[in-house]
Design a protein. Sequence first.
Length: 258
Amino acid sequence: MGLLEQCEAAFGSPDLYCVLGVRREASPDEIRRGYRRASLRVHPDRVDPAAKEEATRRFQILGKAYAVLSDVEQRAVYDEHGTVDEEGEALRDEWDWQEYWRLLFKKVTVKDIEDFEKNYKGSEEELADIKAAYMDFEGDMDSIMESVLCADYTDEPRIRKIIEKAIESGEVPRYKSFVKESKKKTTARKRRVEEEAREAEKTKDELGLGGEDDLKALIESRNKDRKKEMDDFLAQLEAKYGSHAKKGGKKTAAKKGK
């Protein structure tokens, strides 16, 4: 099975640009960031043992797609003819794609996370993300708080004011689940996130510092009941930290009802 057929089978599209989540006119840097974002979601080190074989297969396919689009000549051939050189060195199965990935991307430190949070909070990007989360989850504040990057319970009053202002200005609709949220639900959310914060603080000294595994561990400790969403959060944080991602980008999460 050729690369394009592999892409369609694994990701639902034979289009290499679609598989990496970038536009056809993307710059080399955008393609690189798209590859990183996509590969973080299926990285074999970030899945349960039962899913490791499938994740490895998809991870390898992403590496091959990036190898084609990151090569000027191969990309030109693909753009013009819609074909790839299946015999090319970069598409050989014996390549160690995990080692290739590690060579491409630097490790992310805890300081990187802190710097990102400092620049992100209060930015236009965060503003767009909050509005997008409000729309996506139809005003469900539990989901909004889980979705917005770097948000903790101390940010809720600020995020609420941003949404209320957007409602008043007509930028977003009035969702009943937001404007008429019960006090019981608000209190339960605050208790839950405060407990998560205490647990995160308790385990902070036990975390090894210095790399991407640290980022994963930190997010897991803050969001221990949201494991299924963690990888997408990580991918978005990596994408935003490493580039000026388009405004309104958000962490993918299962949409909840009103």
